[in-house]
Design a protein. Sequence first.
Length: 195
Amino acid sequence: MLERHPLPKKDFDRLKLPLIAIDRVWWRIHESKHGPIFFGAKGVHRFDDPQKKFGVMYSGSDEYCAFLETFGHATGKRIVETCSLSAHLLTEIKPKGSFHVVDLTGKGLVQIGADARLACGSYPTAQKWSAAFHDHPSIPDGIYFRSRHDPRKFSLALFDRAQQKVYTGQSTTLNPALQPRLVAKLMDRYGFGLI
């Protein structure tokens, strides 16, 4: 049995975080009735604040990652309802300048006393780490990590303090009747079915 992932140490604020600058386009899938820029503070997602004091916005490194993290969240379920797709938009998320984020994809994990389970293990543990990152004196904009469902893809969890650094690009409907090629491309990548 795999042991439980450790929590951040008491002197965590003295550690040097593995920070990187990211200045590229990201992709976000969101309900069309809401705007694409939304920092949730419900405490239900992987890197949400466990105290619900700050919000987090999630996006993927490409449209496939955004699709998988939105509609493939339940492991083993590869069916999407047409009405659910039709209620969503795919939107480009861009940085004004660059995002300075904690890199959880390489050797930096070891340096801070963590491992890859932060991106695929217990939510309560990951949330405590997220709060430690948020409160760190280096003031990162968020967290850069591997997608749990496809580790070749990368995800970004931005803290709400980065809101002024975010702007949106093009938005595209995911309604299969209006964007049949896009929807087919997204669903075929991971073998999803449409009902």
